[in-house]
Each structure stands twice: as C-alpha cells, then as structure tokens.
Design a binder for this molecule. Structure first.
Ligand code: GDP
Ligand code: IMO
Ligand code: MG
Length: 435
C-alpha cells in the first residue's frame, strides 16, 4: 500500500491535472482535500480536453474512486455542472466512483456575491480572486456559521442554519455592499433541491479513504492551487483560503499525516501567477509574452492571461522543504524549446543584502531585486521525446542544473499537455511508492 501527496509547488497551474491523471493509472483512490472550483485542472487525452474544477483528475479512468474531501468548499451548482458535463461526454460518474464528504462546506449564492463585492472594496489592494466564493465560505467555516453538505440533507437543520446565516449576510449585502438581499425561501428551495442531487455521492469520505488505505489500496492526494498560495505559508494576503500542500491533507481529508508515505511537488520549468500579489521573477518584457503564447498561459477557470516569468529557485526550495517533498516533477519544459537563453532566479537582493534562501514573511516580496542566471537554450522540439537520454544535451544540462540548484531530485519531466507526453527519470518509482 502507499499514499502519495502530489501538490503544486508554485502559484498554481503547474500541470497538476495532467500529472494526476497520468499517475491515477497506478492508483485506486484519488482525493482532493482543499480548495474548490477556484481550481482548473486540465487533462488532455488524445486531443480531447477536460477541465476539472472540483472533481479529482482520476475521474477519466474507469474503476477508480475519486473523493472530494471534507476540506473543500463545494459549490453544488458547479459540482452538478461538472458531473453532467462529464456524463455528456460518455464518462461514467456516479456514487460508486465519485464520493463527496458530508462534512465539506457548501458555497452558497451569498458567498459568491460577497467574494465579488469584497474585491470591489479592496480596490487597488484586491487579491484578484476567482470570484467563486472561496474566501467567504472558508471565513464562515472558521466563524462556525457555515453549512456543510450534510446540512443540505436535513430540511429542519438546513432551514435553521441558512435562516441564521442569511439574516447576517443579507444585512451585509444590503447595508455594506448596496446589493439586493436574497430570499430565504428561494435559496432554501434551490439548495435543498441541489442537496437531493448530491445525496447519492455523499458519505464519510475520511473513513472510506482510511479504510481503503488499510486494505492495501494506493491513495493519491491531488493538491489544488500551489504552495505559494497557501493561506499560512504563501504570500499573504495574496493567497487562497486553504492549506494547499501536503500540510492540508490531514485536516482536509481525514487522513493522518503519519500515514502519508511520499510527497511529490509539481512545478513548471518557468513560473506563472494569476491574480494580484508579488511575483519576484515575473518578466514584464518580451520573454514574458513569449512564454504566455508558447505555453498558452490563460487561466483554466477564469480565462485571465497568466503573468509569466522565470523559474525561481528560492521559491521552489522553500515550497519543497515546507511540504517535505521526496522529489518533484518539472512540467512544460517544451514551452522553452524556442528560447535562445533561459533564465533562472537564483538570489534576491533586499536592502543591499543578498538572499539565497526564501526570505520569509519579514520581507515584502514586492521589494526584492531578483538576481538571474542564464542557460543556453536547446532550440529543438522536444515534445516527441519519451526517454531522458533522447533529450538534447543542452536540455539535460538545463534540467540537471536546475535540479542541483533546487537540491531535490526531479523524478519526471512533462513535455506537452497530452497524458502521454512525459519522460520518467530514475527515482520515479522510489518517489511514488514506499513498499
Ligand atoms: P493545474 O491547475 O495545475 O492542473 O494546471 P492547468 O491545467 O491550470 O494549467 C496547465 C496548462 O498547461 C494546461 O493548459 C495544460 O494542458 C498544459 N500543460 C500541462 N503540462 C504541459 C506540458 O508539459 N507542456 C505544455 N506545453 N503544456 C502543458
Ligand atoms: P489551480 O488548482 C492559479 C488564485 C487567484 C487569486 C488567489 C485567491 O488550477 O492551480 P480565490 O478565488 O482562491 O480566493 O483566489 O488565488 N488562484 C489560483 N491561481 N491556479 C489556481 O488553481 C488558483 N486558485 C486560486 O487567482 O490570486
Ligand atoms: Mg489550474
């Protein structure tokens, strides 16, 4: 048996969907443990594109159990839209291969409205959220005023808790945000109906995942967002509202930390970020534009153009250490195929002082001056390569240089968006299985 955490090690969109889909072939259970439909995980199978928001990226493989854990903020409308979208494309989705935690929090209409309204109040200090209601839902979870999936299935409790929540939220919507209040009866009818659609999927998923692991099943945990968007360890306040790395699994899936066997990070061969917040290695010039076009860097959830820049060694060392990564997977290497020179951020200068390690929360990342080093580009199409030794010498040189700077083994490379465009490296088996 084994349990593996695969998480985004940058600012999200590292290619988690593609990699989890590939690794799911060897897994039995694939578990999301945090976030919600703010995530957009792309899987491409023989040219057909699927973008998953709430449903784990193992869903395209028959016979696997996909779990939405208690740590998620679940918008029932998005859940149903996604289930129906997959069914319409011939993917089997029912209560046997998709499980939803009864303890996951529910995103209501008011959460989405408050998310957008709060962003307007923040003005220039806005976070650039996805507008999916994530922050307000998690705020209610912490304030103990939220409703969970189980509440939707109990008419009395649902009415009592939604009435109490809406009384306060309507005051906020009307008096602070100048918006129309929501009708309790309308909201109750809508969400209790949605609850009935969810019912066949609902269960005690923590117990189900622990039981599967005990019975020798292989469990894969799918992170959403990225380590630098982690609410505790990311670039606060420009973060999402959950613990995005292996740190989120125990709480968000009900799976003890001590049962986690392996941890693997995913990072692009460069960096991207969507929304606001510091991004030290961002390239505001022609290279940033070239990366965006070559990598088709537009948000999978909101369609926003992603900010692009170079690989950041300090950020990567930090996120891999924080999550205790055994190895990492480098994605989108092919996007660099046409560059003469490839840059890598290797140090930050802050107030005249050089930092070779992540400077931590006491430094405003917006103020750092980045020191870049360059490598010669290979100027060859590598998308058809499947064995490490078949890569151009300059590509291998770049990969090994970055690996040495980061200090954690790269166990796989991804050289295109399709499921099969991967290059395994020595150490892949060790990084994925402990027995
Ligand atoms: P996620 O949120 O981490 O799952 O990543 P997204 O799906 O939001 O963004 C990753 C984008 O890169 C998607 O458009 C993928 O299809 C694409 N992609 C994934 N791996 C590769 C790769 O190795 N090369 C290229 N060119 N594109 C990739
Ligand atoms: P995946 O799983 C990239 C960003 C938003 C915003 C901040 C907070 O596809 O990697 P939120 O809506 O969560 O309150 O927004 O986090 N963000 C993401 N950026 N990929 C994601 O998910 C993201 N989910 C949220 O752009 O800056
Ligand atoms: Mg994404």
């Amino acid at each position: 048996m084994s349990s593996v955490s695969v998480f985004g090690a940058q600012w999200g969109d590292e290619g988690k969907g593609k990699i989890i889909d590939g690794l799911a072939r060897g897994a039995d259970v694939i578990v999301r443990y945090q976030g919600g439909a703010n995530a957009g995980h792309t899987v491409i199978v023989s040219g057909a594109k699927y973008v998953l928001h709430l449903i784990p990226s193992g869903i395209l493989h028959p016979g696997k159990v996909n779990v939405i854990g208690n740590g998620l903020a679940v918008d029932p409308l998005k859940f149903i839209e996604e289930v129906e979208g997959l069914r319409a494309r011939g993917v089997k989705v029912d209560g046997t291969n998709l499980r939803l935690s009864s303890a996951a929090h529910v995103i209501f209409e008011h959460h989405k409205r408050i998310d957008l309204a709060s962003e307007r109040w923040r003005g220039v200090g806005r976070i650039g959220t996805t507008g999916r209601g994530i922050g307000p839902c998690y705020a209610d979870k912490a304030a103990r005023t939220g409703l969970r999936v189980a509440d939707l299935l109990e008419p009395e409790r649902c009415r009592r808790r939604l009435a109490a929540a809406l009384a306060e939220k309507n005051a906020l919507l009307e008096q602070v945000h100048g918006e129309q209040p929501l009708s309790l009866e309308e909201q109750l009818a809508r969400y209790m109906h949605l609850g009935e659609v969810l019912r066949p999927f609902v269960g005690d998923t923590g117990a189900e995942v622990r039981d599967a692991y005990r019975r020798g099943k292989h469990v894969l945990f799918e992170g959403a967002q990225g380590a630098l968007l982690d609410i505790d360890h990311g670039s606060y306040p420009y973060v999402t509202s959950s613990n995005t790395g292996s740190d989120g699994i125990a709480a968000g899936a009900g799976f003890p930390s001590r049962w986690l066997d392996r941890v693997v990070g995913i990072a692009k061969a460069y960096c991207t970020r969507v929304g606001e917040g510091p991004f030290p290695s961002e390239d505001h010039g022609a290279d940033g534009v070239k990366i965006r076009e070559a990598g088709n860097e537009y948000g999978a959830t909101t369609g926003r153009p992603r900010r692009c820049g170079w690989f950041d060694v300090l950020a990567m060392r930090y996120s891999l250490e924080l999550n205790g990564a055994d190895g990492w997977i480098m994605t989108n290497l092919d996007v660099l195929d046409s560059f003469d020179e490839i840059k890598v951020a290797t140090a930050y200068e802050v107030g005249g002082q050089m930092h070779r390690e992540w400077p931590g929360a006491h430094v405003d990342l917006a103020d750092v001056k980045v020191h870049m080093e360059g490598a010669r580009g290979w100027k060859t199409d590598i998308t058809a390569v499947r064995r490490y030794e078949d890569l151009p010498a300059l590509t291998r040189k770049y990969v090994e240089w970055v690996e040495k700077l980061v200090g954690v083994p790269i166990v796989m490379l991804s050289v295109g968006p399709d499921r099969d465009q991967v290059i395994p490296r020595d150490g892949l088996k060790r990084a994925l299985a402990h027995a």
